[in-house]
Design a protein around this ligand. Structure first.
Ligand SMILES: Nc1nc2c([nH]c(=O)n2[C@H]2C[C@H](O)[C@@H](COP(=O)(O)OP(=O)(O)OP(=O)(O)O)O2)c(=O)[nH]1
Length: 329
């Protein structure tokens, strides 16, 4: 039973991929959340695994055949609509067989991730759309005391790891020097500003053409609302379930959660472990990156623990120069 006394409805939801696009349907007008777009799926029946429920629903509703064993978890979202509380259990599906058609009269179509407009879907779907657009690795820069060296490290580190999103975390730089790094990235015109998330300098993220803003918990805890528009990413560093709840309340698109494992800079800190990480992401309503002692070869592990992927410094940041300060967020 839910806190409101109703029964939590467990819904299997499928993000079915084909040629870079995903399958979307329009919910019938008379249904709950009617008229809005949805990812196909439906209620999990008693005794059924979520993967089997999803395969059954996809066949019944859209005529496509999928292998339950080939599905991979994307995210689980618990949402209370007031009249109904749902647990959306979302899985990615590749290799679906057959041409989809709306067997219940609903229009079905394929959309690229960037065409998925959050307002067209039920509110609970917003984190699903973020999870689809966000990468599975979030790169964080090492700290630096020198503008030129920070820019040089950033340029060279990008080359090998090619991260899509980078948190520009340089806490040792005074505000003016930090702004110099950001404008330096923008002025190169060679894509250095691409995927750049400004760390903690809210006004810079609002004023400059960057990918978004990432806040330390210290900065996020005093906010009551989202500080950047919807077309920018907004992330928060969290360390507990309560902090994840606050990040969701202030409209964060994603959070980092850690430390998961001991790190070279904090070997004495035990970390929450993968079980602790899984327990907290289970309750979260936004995509969560595992941070602290994690590396890209643990992306699958992080996903199976309910995460979006991994975040960190050491797997991509190529420290050069004397100004590099060895520590982790
Ligand atoms: N299938 C699907 N359901 C979603 C999505 N987003 C979302 O909030 N939901 C909600 C709407 C419904 O409350 C519930 C799905 O239930 P459903 O489609 O099996 O069943 P229903 O209650 O609409 O209809 P019925 O079984 O009573 O005929 O989950 C989504 O993307 N896909």
């Amino acid at each position: 039973m839910t806190p409101g006394g109703g029964k939590l409805v467990h819904v299997a939801v499928g993000v079915v991929w084909r040629r870079g696009r995903v399958l979307v349907a329009r919910r019938p007008e008379h249904a709950h959340q009617g008229g809005l777009l949805e990812f196909p799926g439906g209620k999990v029946e008693a005794g059924e695994s979520v993967q089997h429920a999803l395969a059954r629903e996809l066949l019944e509703e859209t005529a496509v055949k999928v292998d339950p064993a080939s599905m991979t978890p994307l995210i689980r979202i618990r949402h209370d609509y007031g009249d109904k509380e749902v647990l959306l259990d979302v899985w990615q599906v590749h290799g679906a067989v057959g041409e989809p058609s709306g067997l219940e009269g609903q229009p079905v179509f394929w959309l690229a991730p960037e065409q998925l407009s959050p307002e067209a879907f039920p509110v609970a779907n917003r984190p699903i759309i973020s999870a689809l657009r966000l990468p599975d690795r979030l790169a964080i820069t090492g700290n630096h005391e020198n503008v030129h060296e920070a820019l040089t490290c950033l340029a060279s580190s990008r080359v090998t790891a090619q991260p899509e999103l980078i948190v520009l975390r340089l806490p040792s730089l005074p505000p003016a020097a930090y702004a110099e790094v950001v404008t330096g990235c923008i002025e190169t015109g060679g894509g250095q500003a691409r995927g750049l998330l400004v760390h903690d300098h809210i006004e810079l993220a609002q004023a400059l053409p960057v990918a978004g803003l990432h806040l330390s918990w210290r900065r996020a805890v005093v906010l009551v609302e989202r500080p950047v528009p919807a077309d920018r990413w907004f992330g928060v560093s969290c360390h507990s379930g309560e902090e994840l709840d606050h990040a969701a309340i202030i409209g964060a698109d994603y959070a980092t959660l850690g430390p998961v494992l001991p790190t070279p800079s904090h070997p004495q800190a035990r970390g929450m472990g993968w079980d602790g990480f899984a327990a907290m992401t289970e309750q979260a309503t936004l995509p969560v990156y595992a941070l602290g002692g994690t590396a890209p070869d643990q992306v699958a592990l992080a996903k199976s623990a309910g995460g979006q992927g991994i975040a960190g410094i050491s797997w991509w940041w190529q420290a050069i120069g004397n100004g590099f300060i060895q520590e982790t967020p």
